[in-house]
Every structure is written in structure tokens, then in C-alpha cells.
Design a binder for this molecule. Structure first.
Ligand code: HEM
Length: 509
């Protein structure tokens, strides 16, 4: 006779069955997850191993030299450019060479002759490799910014951003920038650590990056850039710096497959992209509510209209302007003050030029900062010559075979220019090419350094120039005028309780 199970026995049996089903499901779930991980990792590995090789030989069949930088991802070319440039120089001296980071290879050129040959005949048919060879993680941060685009998408983005950054709009920012620089000097004075008797002591790197981080966002966000927004932007700039750090140190982050995994780097990037978008949309919303008329609103009109920009292009071009280029501008201003501190003679002549100009009845600050035949202007040219914004230009592929240096390069070879070496080549700049001597520009015409100097423009596939060139020119000149008219910039010797990197602004009175 069949036994009727009691209620509790039935419940036990059901519980056990559920437990078995749960075990089965969780076992298979973990198993499936592990398999997915393995497939994704394998995919990343295979993609990473697929590396295009450059085969180039001279007429005797000797292969081009190769510099391997295996410990870094390709974006090390941005963040460790000086060390890579020096290693390349030691390896190949005057000849081009191949730079290889394991996944990507590019030929590095660095003399005016190399550059002329690189651009000759087929310039309009050059193209950029996908992702600029930086990989997926970098691509998600900056792959859609103006600097990474070309052809029609690039033209569209520039059509909407350019009106905010003409020479005219930059000159109208002079009063705003003057107020910012004065506030910056006042803050230094009020800081007990930096203020001494008749002089201000500043940690150049920390102090100088704050000027562009206040001034350049004002040129885009206008009156909507409040103190609160500034604080938020500083927080976001730290997040962006951390995201870029992943692109430098993280080889795996180059892979699209790897970036599908729930890793800390992916979480960080997702958070950053969300916060950056929120920040920018909030600013537009508050400008609309307060009926402010800010440049960002005009540029944003180009988003999502027919034939306009994408939201990513808008957000990433601002990222490029605000974070990447502000960092660059800050380090160039530091370098400028350091050079002034090292070259007291030039600094004195510059001070005299400023005082003489200001003493004239017809003096106009906008005319002075716009002039290209002043010591002030030569200083700005010389500083960027010796401390360029980019160590290496973005890679660009040639469309026909070429002989550069001694080597026959096949078509489709990606090429980058080592800007540090180009800007200090003695053939263009003479035996004192590595020395700081701004007056050299008084006796040079731009045609003398047509292929030998990169400042705001990398001669390249697109007729592009730095978007912020007028704005930053005005800003840098105002900073110099305000400081050098009133103070003598001096180096503070390293010693007991004096850290490296300190400068002093000594009152001239
Ligand atoms: C002294 C400081 C700066 C220097 C030396 C500099 C230099 C450069 C250079 C050499 C390029 C590459 C241009 C090319 O591909 O031919 C560039 C691109 C760019 N710069 Fe600057 N830059 C500076 C500051 C700024 C600032 C403050 C901004 C902010 C508005 C800015 C915005 C941009 C943008 C958006 C691009 C990409 C342009 C494009 O490809 O369409 N730059 N810059």
C-alpha cells in the first residue's frame, strides 16, 4: 500500500529538490560565467597578439632599427614622450626608426627633410589608423574629440566650435582673464605659506595649473561657471586623470573585449563618462533657466540637428579642451616662468618692453598681445618650441611607397613626427637649438622653419590647427604681462626646508 507522505516530509523533499536545482543552477551559472571570462580574455589576448609589422629596408637590405616599449601601452607615447624620444635618438641617431609597443608599430621621423618627404605628393590621401592606435579604453574617453576625427565628422565639429575660439572672441576675453590673473596673484598673497616680505613663493606646478583651469572653462561656460562648478570641475579633472592613467599603464584596457568585463577600470570609466555628461547638461540647463548667453549654448545647438555633431563628439571635444589641453597649458606656463627665472637678462628686457609700451598714451593691451614682433610674442614662440604640446604627432599613414632617410617605406606605413627633436634640430635652429633664446625669432621668417617647427599645428591630413590657439596666446601673454611688470621671477635654491620646483615672485618696488 502506498504510503501518503506527511506534510512536513513533503516539504523536506521539496526543499531538497530546490536545493539540488539551486546547486545545479549556481554551478552552471558560475561555470558559464567562468567560460565567458575565459573566452573574453582569450579574445583580448588574440586581438592583442595580432600586430601589424613594418618591414622597411635600406638599399643594402639592412632593416630599419626598432625601438620596443613593451612595458607600456601605446599612449605612453603621450605621457612618456621625452624618454621615448631620447631612447629613439640613442638607437637610430639621425635616421628614422620603428617604434613598437607590442601591438602597434609606427615609423618615427624627426628632421625637416623627413617631414618634407612624409608630406610630399600624397598629403591629401593620408589617413589616420583606427583609434589613432590608442585602443578601446582611450577611444571611449577621447576617440570622438576633434583631435581624433578627420574628414566630414571633423569639419562638422569644428564648424560648431570654431566661432567660440576666433581671434576676435579671444580678445574680448581680455578683461575676464585680467580679473582672473589678478585674483590668482591676490590668492597667492593671501596664502601665508607663499607670502613673504616683498615676495611670493610658489610651487610652480601647483600654482600655474590653476590659472588655465579657471580661465579656459570661463571662455566656454561663461557666467554659468560658478565657484561651485569650478570645484566640481576639479573633481572631474581628477577622475579624468585616473581614466587616462589606465590607458597608459593598462595594456589590457586597449582591448574592446577586456573592457566588457566588470573590472575596476571599466567601472571608473563608466562613472566618469556619466558624471561628465551630467556636469555639462546641468550647466546648459542652469544657463537656460537664468537666461545667460554662454558660448556652450551656441556650440550645443550643433548636437543632434541634421548633419550636426553627436553628443559624444560634443562632450569629448570639451574634455579635450578642458582637461587635456589645460594640463598642457599649465605645464607650458610653468616652463615659461622657469626660463624667465633662469634668464634674468631676457626677463629684464621684457620688463622694459612692457613698461615702455604701457607708458605710451596710445597703449592698448589688445594691440600689444596681438602683435607678432614683440619680445612677449617671441617668448611664447620659444617656450612652445622647447616645450611642445605634443611629444609625438598622431599617427598618419602614407598612401604611396616613399624613401625617408635611407629607408624604403611601403604604402600604408603609419608615421609619427617626434616634435621635440624636430623643434630643436640644429639644421633649422642653429648650434644653440637647445638653448632658450626668444630673440632668435626676430631674425627668422616663418618660411625658414616651415617644416621644422610645430606649435599650434601638426602638418597633417586635415587642415586643422589648435582650437584654443588664440585664446591660449592671449591668456599666456596676459599672465606674463601681469607678473613681469610687477615682479622679478626668481628661482628659489633647493635647500633646508625648501622643496624642488619653487619659484619666487619678488616685488620690483
Ligand atoms: C600653449 C598651449 C597649447 C598648445 C601649444 C597647443 C597645441 C596644439 C597642437 C599642436 C594641436 C594639434 C593640431 C593639429 O592636429 O594640427 C592642438 C590641437 C587642439 N587643441 Fe591645442 N594647444 C594648446 C592649448 C589649448 C587650449 C587651452 C585649448 C582649449 C580650447 C586647446 C584645444 C585644442 C583642440 C580642441 C585641439 C584639436 C583640434 C583639431 O584637431 O581639430 N588647445 N593643440
Amino acid at each position: 500500500m502506498a504510503m501518503t507522505p506527511s506534510k512536513s516530509a513533503l516539504a523536506d523533499t521539496m526543499n531538497q529538490s530546490w536545493a539540488r536545482i539551486n546547486d545545479f543552477i549556481s554551478y552552471h551559472y558560475v561555470y558559464a560565467l567562468a567560460c565567458t571570462f575565459a573566452v573574453v580574455l582569450l579574445g583580448s589576448f588574440v586581438a592583442w597578439r595580432k600586430r601589424p609589422k613594418i618591414r622597411a629596408y635600406d638599399i643594402d637590405g639592412v632593416p630599419i632599427k626598432e625601438l620596443k616599449i613593451r612595458n607600456y601601452s601605446r599612449s605612453a607615447i603621450i605621457f612618456h614622450s621625452q624618454s621615448i624620444s631620447k631612447q629613439g635618438e640613442q638607437l637610430a641617431q639621425d635616421e628614422p626608426y620603428v617604434l613598437n609597443n607590442g601591438k602597434h608599430s609606427e615609423v618615427v621621423v624627426h628632421t625637416p627633410e623627413h617631414v618634407r618627404e612624409f608630406l610630399r605628393q600624397d598629403l591629401n590621401d593620408h589617413w589616420h589608423p583606427a583609434d589613432l592606435n590608442f585602443g578601446d579604453y582611450f577611444n571611449r574617453i577621447l576617440g570622438q574629440c576633434a583631435g581624433a576625427l578627420y574628414n566630414q565628422p571633423w569639419r562638422t565639429v569644428r564648424r560648431y566650435f570654431d566661432p567660440a575660439y576666433t581671434h576676435g572672441t579671444s580678445v574680448t576675453m581680455i578683461p575676464v582673464f585680467e580679473t582672473e590673473v589678478s585674483a590668482w596673484l591676490r590668492d597667492l598673497k593671501n596664502d601665508v605659506l607663499s607670502s613673504g616680505v616683498g615676495r611670493l613663493i610658489l610651487h610652480a606646478e601647483q600654482a600655474c595649473k590653476t590659472i588655465p583651469l579657471r580661465a579656459i572653462p570661463l571662455s566656454f561656460y561663461g557666467d554659468a561657471y560658478t565657484e561651485q562648478r569650478h570645484k566640481e570641475l576639479v573633481r572631474l579633472s581628477n577622475m579624468q586623470a585616473q581614466a587616462l592613467a589606465y590607458t597608459v599603464m593598462g595594456k589590457w584596457q586597449m582591448s574592446q573585449w577586456f573592457n566588457l568585463l566588470p573590472t575596476p577600470s571599466k567601472r571608473h570609466l563608466d562613472n566618469y563618462l556619466t558624471d561628465w555628461k551630467t556636469f555639462n547638461l546641468d550647466i546648459l540647463e542652469s544657463a537656460r533657466k537664468k537666461q545667460l548667453n554662454i558660448p556652450a549654448q551656441h556650440v550645443f545647438k550643433g548636437v543632434d540637428v541634421e548633419g550636426g555633431m553627436t553628443m559624444d563628439q560634443y562632450l569629448q571635444t570639451i574634455d579635450e579642451m578642458i582637461f587635456t589641453n589645460i594640463g598642457i597649458t599649465g605645464t607650458i606656463i610653468v616652463f615659461m616662468f622657469e626660463q624667465l627665472a633662469h634668464h634674468a637678462d631676457f626677463q629684464q628686457k621684457l620688463h622694459e618692453e612692457i613698461m615702455a609700451k604701457k607708458a605710451r598714451a596710445d597703449f592698448k593691451l589688445d594691440t600689444y598681445v596681438s602683435s607678432s614682433s614683440t619680445l612677449l610674442h617671441y617668448l611664447c614662440l620659444e617656450v612652445v618650441r622647447l616645450h611642445p604640446a605634443l611629444g609625438f604627432s598622431p599617427p598618419e599613414c602614407i598612401s604611396i611607397p616613399k624613401v625617408i632617410g635611407r629607408y624604403k617605406l611601403p604604402s600604408a606605413t603609419p608615421i609619427v613626427i617626434d616634435i621635440r627633436r624636430l623643434n630643436t634640430n640644429p639644421l633649422t635652429w642653429g648650434p644653440d637649438a637647445n638653448q632658450f633664446r626668444p630673440e632668435r625669432f626676430a631674425s627668422l621668417s616663418p618660411s625658414d622653419y616651415r617644416y621644422g617647427y610645430v606649435r599650434f599645428r601638426v602638418m597633417s591630413v586635415k587642415p586643422s590647427e589648435c582650437l584654443g590657439r588664440h585664446m591660449v596666446d592671449v591668456l599666456m601673454k596676459l599672465v606674463v604681462v601681469k607678473v613681469v611688470e610687477k615682479y622679478r621671477v626668481e628661482k628659489v635654491e633647493k635647500g633646508f626646508s625648501v622643496k624642488e620646483g619653487l619659484l619666487a615672485f619678488v616685488d620690483r618696488k
